[in-house]
Design a protein around this ligand. Structure first.
Ligand code: AMP
Length: 631
């Protein structure tokens, strides 16, 4: 079928279109209504239907592929590789589910998962889905303050964690950070389930902390049936950053998500049952949810879960896995490719990559040199795809499973089926119909299946944050700038809000500012994202010290910079650490006191700051210019 018609049908006849896609999954009870949009912008997909994500990801495949690989866990950190067949995965998930039930988890309860990239993290996610509990995975790289705010928002009954992760062969203990986070949080989880990898000794809190190894043995023969839940039942929440300091809990449903993932595996990722999928992301991010755990398994594929770096033991490790497991689709981020680009290209030709159909890249803009380099080195199609935590699956890309289409360097592609994408002029609020004009990328409601239902426990915030009404239509903002060319291909030009993207990790500058502000010698701070050759963007902090008297001394300045970085590491995690902290005596503000963020960012990137008629003190920018020039 021609993609334009496929897309048109998804927008003009959504009920017929999505009812067809819904056949890709198993339903316990068929749905009554495909799309209930009676209370915009809220939408209920497949209302009346009942299903279960874990059933579709695991149990459903037992009939045809019980002994085929389902989860392949590879750790180059601890030098271990374990393949779980669908039958074994089914058993492990039931054991984990029985442990959670014993610890008091019931349908609708939240379970927070704070774990490294180990198979038990996937078991925990699937176990929650199995019993109708709502998981909330917090990226293992986040530290105690980030974790505490998520504990307070999700109010979990149980937290599943582990003694430690490992990075570059170095043990990264988790339990201390978790205990600190629970101390900081107002909500106290009743129980903590600890997976002890034997990497780092930790203290147990009597009566609260349970040992997974012990409980698992007790439930070795567990039989825990799938709890059939309504299609609209929340499957998980995943926190993401926005303009304000408090992260939002993106809430996902069950039926819509399951259908959206199954459809995307067929139309976009071309995954066939029995094949192997390899996504290099982390389960703490949305790509890990959709395309390490749920998507490939729903499609009956084996999925590789990888703990380690792309360059250890050498830069051939990922490609050796492609050869060994005959990976057909691989999913990574541009930063990882830029890291590999610095290594010897011989690693790419060392292995047999004939099974690989395409490399999918997402999470941040894919620059042309990186795309060209990897396309040539691999000799495979490189498929950029643009989406967000909120959407759960690609908004813009190429659906080669529907119709083969060419990619264009610098563009993730065209709007996917189900997404009625519009470009809106920021100042007039009108739709841009002409080619090559910059606007805000918006989506006309209803959002398709798989996208966020609401902000966890905060419908008002969902409406206020994301939606605007235009000529009687509800429009969802992606908060990204974009342009569309004459062929309908979109180009993403960066965020319209205060979110930055460091190596594909989405971070809120406000959260980093709040953390830096807690340093006793910080009076004021502004954090902006600055272009970086490797990571796409890095955070740069501009600080006004309370007592700047000693800061003329180089060593004292470096010490304060180091202290501030350590503070961010300890509170938010190293991912949020600014690359530089520069000290200034004033920040560029308007006469009414509003920070001129875009001007500050422009100057920090050596660009023209544009219109400065409202600036109160032009010397503030001059100072930034000089500091940046010195570095
Ligand atoms: P996250 O919610 O962490 O997945 O981050 C989503 C944001 O990452 C988007 O709003 C974009 O700003 C950026 N992004 C994701 N994928 C792409 C892509 N393929 N090209 C450009 N920007 C992207």
């Amino acid at each position: 079928m021609n993609f334009a018609d496929f897309h048109r049908r998804s927008i003009e006849q959504p009920d017929a279109f999505w009812a067809e896609q819904a056949q890709l999954i198993d339903w316990h009870k068929p749905f009554d209504t495909v799309c209930d949009y009676s209370r915009p912008p809220f939408v209920h997909w497949f209302a009346g239907g009942q299903t279960n994500l874990c059933h579709n990801a695991v149990d459903r495949h037992l009939k045809d592929r019980a002994d085929q690989n389902a989860l392949i866990w590879v750790s180059t950190e601890v030098d271990k590789e374990i393949c779980y067949s669908f039958r074994e995965l089914h058993a492990e998930v039931q054991r984990m589910a029985a442990c959670l039930i014993e610890l008091g988890v019931k349908k609708g309860d939240r379970v927070l998962i704070y774990m490294p990239m180990i198979a038990e993290a996937a078991f925990a996610m699937l176990a929650c889905a199995r019993i109708g509990a709502i998981h909330s995975v917090v990226f293992g790289g986040f530290a105690s303050v980030s974790l505490a705010s998520r504990i307070d928002n999700a109010t979990p009954v149980v937290i599943v964690s582990a003694d430690a992760g490992s990075r570059s062969g170095k043990v990264v203990p988790y339990k201390g950070l978790l205990d600190e986070a629970i101390t900081l949080a107002a909500h106290k989880p009743a129980r903590v389930l600890m997976v002890d990898r034997g990497l780092a000794p930790f203290a147990r809190v009597a009566g609260r902390d349970a040992d997974y190894g012990e409980l698992r043995r007790k439930h070795i023969d567990a039989r825990v049936p799938c709890e059939w839940v309504d299609a609209t039942h929340p499957s998980y929440t995943l926190y993401t950053s926005g303009t304000t300091g408090t992260p939002k809990g993106v809430q996902r449903d069950t039926g819509g998500y399951c259908v959206a993932l199954a459809a995307s595996m067929k139309h976009i990722f071309l995954g066939q049952p029995g094949e192997t999928y390899f996504s290099t992301s982390d389960i703490g991010w949305v790509v890990g949810h959709s395309y390490i755990v749920y998507g490939p398994l729903i499609a009956g594929m084996a999925t590789i879960m990888y703990e380690g770096l792309p360059t250890r033991p050498d830069a051939g490790i990922w490609w050796s896995l492609v050869e060994k497991y005959k990976v057909t689709a691989m999913f990574s981020a541009p930063t990882a490719v830029r890291v590999l680009k610095k290594q010897d290209p011989a690693y790419l030709s060392k292995y047999d990559l004939s099974s690989l159909r395409a490399l999918f890249l997402a999470g941040e803009p894919l620059d042309e040199p990186t795309a060209k380099w990897i396309a040539e080195a691999l000799g495979k199609p490189i498929i950029d795809n643009y989406w967000q935590t909120e959407s759960g699956w690609p908004i813009l890309t190429i659906a080669n499973g529907v119709e083969k289409a060419p990619s264009k360097f610098g563009s993730p592609g065209v709007p996917m089926y189900g997404y009625n994408v519009k470009l809106i002029n920021e100042s007039t609020g009108e739709e841009i119909r002409a080619a090559d004009e910059k606007g805000v990328v918006m989506i006309e409601g209803p959002l398709p299946p798989g996208c966020m239902q609401t902000v966890w426990q905060d419908d008002a915030r969902f409406v206020k944050t994301y939606w605007t009404e235009l000529a009687g239509k509800q429009l969802y903002s992606t908060f990204d700038w974009g342009v569309r060319d004459a062929d309908g291909y979109y180009f993403i030009l960066g965020r319209t809000d205060d979110v930055i993207n460091v190596a594909g990790h989405r971070l809120g500058t406000r959260e980093i500012e709040e953390s830096i502000s807690s340093h006793p010698n910080v009076a004021e701070v502004a954090v902006v994202g600055v272009a970086d050759n490797l990571k796409g963007q890095v955070a740069m902090a501009f600080v006004i010290a309370k007592d700047a008297s000693g800061l003329t001394d180089n060593a004292a300045r470096l010490k304060l910079e180091g202290d501030i970085m350590k503070l961010v590491d300890g509170q938010l995690g190293a991912v949020a650490r600014p690359a530089r902290v520069l000290f200034v005596s004033a920040l560029p503000k308007t006469r009414s006191g509003k920070l001129l963020r875009r001007a500050l960012q422009a100057v920090a990137e050596n660009r023209d700051p544009g219109d400065l008629t409202t600036i109160e003190d032009p010397s503030a920018l001059q100072q930034v210019k000089e500091l940046v020039a010195q570095k």
